[in-house]
Ligand binder design. Structure first.
Ligand SMILES: CC(C)(COP(=O)(O)OP(=O)(O)OC[C@H]1O[C@@H](n2cnc3c(N)ncnc32)[C@H](O)[C@@H]1OP(=O)(O)O)[C@@H](O)C(=O)NCCC(=O)NCCS
Length: 153
């Protein structure tokens, strides 16, 4: 199999280990103790309905992860909470493939609107996927809110 999306849960020990390793780089600006607590808290939330933590395996290599949710602060919306591709694997379309998987999971729940908060470096990536800046800064992380809307069928 060339690519696979693995669902991380509290019981998938080896996947949790991979996620924690990738998460270290994702959060490399955060102090180690805080980083571990945050990453573990993400794992602990898994198993809740309408929440997915996906590890992306491409050509036998774990290349990134995404944490997504249906509902939450905005009922009926898809929410991209965390999203990461390893530095050496970027600009090869892998982020787009991981995103497409996330969106298809959320569409299966009937989401037609999607949102996220972005760091400035990722804005172009989200724009390439159809997201638009809303001109609003999220209070919880000081990042800009972006949204995407697709027609309902
Ligand atoms: C943002 C991120 C997920 C993009 O992953 P990726 O695998 O490189 O994305 P893709 O290769 O699918 O890029 C698709 C398109 O997005 C745009 N894009 C992606 N990264 C870009 C960058 N750094 N600068 C400008 N445009 C960019 C380009 O249009 C690109 O198409 P192209 O390579 O043909 O020009 C990755 O850089 C990353 O993990 N960054 C660190 C974590 C992060 O910022 N996560 C987002 C949190 S909000």
């Amino acid at each position: 199999m060339i690519e696979e999306f693995h669902l991380v849960t509290r019981n998938t020990t080896s996947l949790v280990e991979v996620f924690m390793t990738l998460g270290k780089d994702y959060m490399n600006q955060t102090a180690e103790n805080k980083r571990e607590i945050f990453l573990q808290s993400m794992v602990d939330l898994q198993g809740q309905p309408n929440r997915w933590l996906l590890l992306y395996e491409n050509k036998k290599e774990y290349v990134g992860f995404a944490h997504v949710r249906y509902g939450g602060d905005r009922p009926d919306w898809g929410w991209i909470l965390e999203f990461y591709i390893k530095p050496e694997c970027r600009r090869k379309g892998l982020g787009t493939q991981l995103y497409d998987k996330c969106e298809s999971i959320l569409r299966e729940k009937n989401a037609s609107s999607f949102w996220l908060t972005t760091n400035p470096e990722a804005v172009k990536f989200w724009e390439s996927l159809g997201y638009e800046k809303m001109g609003v800064i999220a209070e919880f992380n000081d990042y800009e809110i972006m949204e995407k809307h697709i027609p309902k069928f």
